[in-house]
Design a protein around this ligand. Structure first.
Ligand SMILES: Nc1ncnc2c1ncn2[C@@H]1O[C@H](COP(=O)(O)OP(=O)(O)OP(=O)(O)O)[C@@H](O)[C@H]1O
Ligand SMILES: [Mg+2]
Length: 392
């Protein structure tokens, strides 16, 4: 799948822009702060319904305007699809597929993107929430139906938390406890489905991560993944850096009723603390994706270069999995400013690894940072404008 044409209206620093894109490598060049990342971020938005830089949509709307529009004409193997999203400063966003109104949530069924950016380092070094987001975005790209389950879980979590908060401190009334039990069941129902789906995804991703890491850093390095479950006693959000590799809390691959039973038992175990603290303490919103390098947790142990290689490997593995499993063909691979961060050898490895995807979009402030084989179709960007050919 490729993006053949992109239109932006009032998106970030673009008042309006029309960009023609080609199969293979497309390179966006321009000085710092001109709008290169903004442009590829807009394409990433269609695939993930979010930005890799901000957690809310407000910053994506041009300042002083009420709405932004991102429109992309996609070329699938044998047909064209027109996607459009309107981001509204107040009120819900709107979306269209082939000019028919749909829920924004439908867009990722038609476009898959994998975006590499300097921010990816936080996948390895940062908080668990970033790794959960990484897993869930990939899950939704592979099985769009799960967007609904994740939204249901979020809603149940918020309502359960507000009930816990209102029961906090006070003597808990019988009626509140029975309401809480109703919410427990919903939490366990949606939550177990998420835990199983993530565990299954991690199992499919592992060989791709190991392969990608060995390719970047050499065959004597072993990179691995495991899902760390709060329902089995892990507390990834509470302590800073893991002390060692604790295998007790890792998902074992048992699924279905066992997951729900463990979840129920965990909810019972933390009942008292939840009532004290007024928040839900176990569930997929408190789990973590543990990254393991040569049998040590990467977070807190891996060097800067190793952390970078791990982050790249996670993204390369995502692209490989989407290519292998997605119904809509290759994901659009986006490399935002990554070559500047890499040494010669890693640049060459990365270029070789993504070179044969149907479409690759690259941003760079310095043309010479980009390996020659990827410097194909070049688009120059200045101050929120796509320069015409021949324009100085
Ligand atoms: N909502 C917005 N409204 C108007 N301008 C915005 C908005 N959001 C960002 N900008 C502007 O967009 C510019 C940044 O664009 P972008 O991040 O795409 O730069 P870039 O070309 O990728 O630069 P670099 O090479 O430094 O990464 C900044 O000047 C910023 O002020
Ligand atoms: Mg940039």
């Amino acid at each position: 799948m490729i993006v053949a044409h992109l239109s932006l209206v009032d998106y970030r620093n673009y008042e309006s822009a029309e960009v023609v894109l080609r199969p293979g490598a497309n390179l966006f060049v321009g000085s710092n702060g001109q709008g290169k990342t903004n442009l590829v971020e807009a394409i990433g938005y269609l695939g993930t319904l979010g930005s890799h830089r901000v957690s809310t949509d407000q910053a994506l709307i041009r300042s002083g305007r009420d709405a932004a529009i991102v429109r992309a004409r996609l070329q699938h193997a044998d047909r064209e699809v027109l996607l459009e999203v309107q981001l509204n400063r107040s009120g819900a966003n709107r979306a269209q597929v082939n000019r028919v109104a749909v829920k924004p949530r439908e867009l990722p069924r038609h476009i898959a993107t994998v975006l590499f950016a300097p921010e990816d380092l936080a996948l390895v070094r940062g908080e668990p929430s970033g790794r959960r987001r990484f897993l869930d975005q990939l899950l939704v790209q592979l099985s769009p139906r799960l967007a609904g389950v994740l939204a249901d879980y979020d809603r149940v979590l918020r309502q359960r938390n507000s009930l816990l908060k209102s029961a906090r401190g006070a003597r808990v009334a019988e009626s509140q406890l029975s309401t809480l039990e109703l919410w427990d069941e919903r939490l366990v129902g949606f939550g177990s489905e998420i835990i199983d789906a993530r565990a299954d995804l991690v199992a499919r991703l592992r060989p791709h991560v190991a392969e990608a890491y060995a390719r970047i850093a050499g065959a004597d390095h072993r990179a691995d993944l495991a899902l760390e479950l709060s329902t089995l006693g892990a507390q990834p959000d509470d302590d800073g850096v893991p002390t060692a590799l604790d295998r007790e809390n890792l998902a074992t691959g048992s699924a279905g009723s066992a997951t729900a039973d463990d979840f129920r038992a965990a909810v019972a175990r933390v009942r008292r603390s939840e009532l004290d603290r007024g928040i839900t303490l176990v569930g997929p919103h408190r789990d973590d994706l543990m990254l393991v390098l040569n049998d040590l947790p990467a977070r807190g142990y891996a060097s800067h270069g190793e952390s970078w290689s791990f982050a790249l490997s996670l993204k390369l593995a995502s692209a490989a999995l989407l290519r292998a499993e997605s119904q809509i063909g290759d994901p659009v691979v986006v490399l935002d400013d990554v070559f500047a961060e890499l040494d010669e050898a890693r640049r060459a490895q990365l270029a070789a690894a993504i070179g044969d995807y149907e479409q690759v979009l690259i941003t760079a402030a310095v043309f010479d940072d980009v390996p020659a084989e990827l410097a194909g179709h070049t688009v120059r960007i200045r101050a929120g404008r796509v320069l015409e050919d021949g324009e100085p």
